[in-house]
Design a protein around this ligand. Structure first.
Ligand SMILES: N[C@@H](CCC(=O)N[C@@H](CS)C(=O)NCC(=O)O)C(=O)O
Length: 207
């Protein structure tokens, strides 16, 4: 099995965490999005990362890949079986991918990607607006739904992976959840990112 994509991507990190949690052996190819590698492009038609190759089977999209791995390697389960818990887990996966990611990534793009990889200056006004105006409503929501170490069904799973992954990019940009204003969220994020699977994903090759 081969996983394509740099570990700097929050979406690639989701899959790296799942591989570690399930103890799946996979070769990690840490390329960047839109890389011309033909095997990668065969697995990811639009050049997005992550993409997976499992013998002749190819698949892109972190959530699609994780659902595939959940069927091929059911233990430990990362998706609940209870109908309501499953619905909530998919809600949090979607929230992480489509609401949190585009905002959490902004400080990382400005302070890390632009100066270090794109040779462009950082726009601190974008970071300030993100931290001061855009993230608080998302953090307020999460603070209201967190009541323990895991988001759904009392067990670690896809919901936690998808919600927490982007916070590592926030940390790489030198920002963090203000624990005074959002104490539950701050403790929750720390607990999830400290898991060995997340630490392995964070330590995986960036390029
Ligand atoms: N829904 C996709 C999103 C993947 C994605 O957008 N990855 C970014 C890197 S973090 C990418 O490849 N961007 C390039 C592009 O949008 O063309 C997933 O869950 O895998």
């Amino acid at each position: 099995m081969k996983l394509y994509g740099t570990s700097l991507s929050p979406f690639v990190r989701k899959v790296l965490v799942v591989l570690a949690e399930k103890g799946i052996e996979a070769k990690h190819v840490p390329l960047r999005f839109h890389d011309p590698d033909p095997r990668f492009r065969a697995a990811s038609p639009f050049g997005k990362i992550p993409a997976l190759e499992d013998e002749e089977f190819r698949l892109a999209d972190s959530s699609a890949i994780i659902h595939y791995l959940e069927r091929t390697h059911p233990a430990p389960a990362l998706l609940p079986t209870d109908a309501q818990d499953l619905g909530r887990a998919l809600w949090f996966d979607e929230l992480g991918d489509t609401e949190l990611f585009p905002v959490l990534i902004k400080p990382f793009v400005q302070r890390v990607l632009r100066p270090k990889m794109m040779k462009q200056p950082c726009d601190e006004a974008v970071v300030a607006k993100c931290m001061g105006e855009e993230l608080p409503r998302l953090f307020d929501y999460l603070e209201g739904v967190i009541d323990g170490p895991f988001l759904v069904g009392g067990a670690f799973g896809l919901a936690d992976i998808s919600v927490a992954t982007g916070f590592h990019n926030l940390h790489l940009a030198g920002e963090a959840v203000d624990a005074g204003r959002w104490p539950r969220l701050a403790a929750y994020v720390t607990g999830i990112l400290e898991r060995p699977s997340f630490q392995a994903a964070i330590a995986a090759r960036q390029g």
